[in-house]
Design a protein around this ligand. Sequence first.
Ligand code: TYD
Length: 207
Amino acid sequence: MTRGLWVTFEGGDGSGKTTQATLLEIWLRNQGCSVVRTREPGGTEVGVLVRDIVLHHRGEVAPRAEALLYAADRAQHIATLVRPALERGEIVVQDRYLDSSVAYQGAGRVLDADEIRDLSLWAAEGALPDVTVLLDLDPAAARSRLNAADKPFDRLEAEQSEFHERVRAAFLELAASDPHRFLVLDATLPAAELAAAIRARLAPLLA
Ligand code: TYD
């Protein structure tokens, strides 16, 4: 089967994923690549509805319900958008994937991390990215970036600092357990330097 290339960006809120995904998308397009830029939650029409619940619902959402909502978004996203694009040989540049579920719903919300991972893998029929860029940032630094951005916090951004510390530790643990897939970068580096490191990791895969 002809297959494209699948790159995901992970990291805490305010770590600069969107900036780096955008820089990568521009560079890939300049190389003449066909790129699908997407995100979770919310990469499909169904996903946009799910995103509104998980990020903006005002009442309680039980941890297992939250985990299933992210998994539902993921199932729809992979089946209808990501897998078809990869089968067409395109490059998928994606903000967040199952590592976010393991980190946020697993470590953050104290559900079992392996169960969360298995749930996501079931939802996505086992699909895993070729490369996952983890932008690692101390939650205190992330918080001052978010404050400076002056946007209202969503449900997860509004969590306490220990929650974000657990999320960060979980991301680093995931990366350490799969060094082949992960590229871990210090998110305090200048954006141009981070972008160059990401390009260097991907260039050999584009041939
Ligand atoms: P994000 O996509 O970073 O949105 P924005 O940049 O607009 O703030 O935020 C989505 C939030 O959803 C983020 O706080 C992490 C959370 N999340 C999970 O808890 N589990 C998941 O599986 C995913 C994909 C995201």
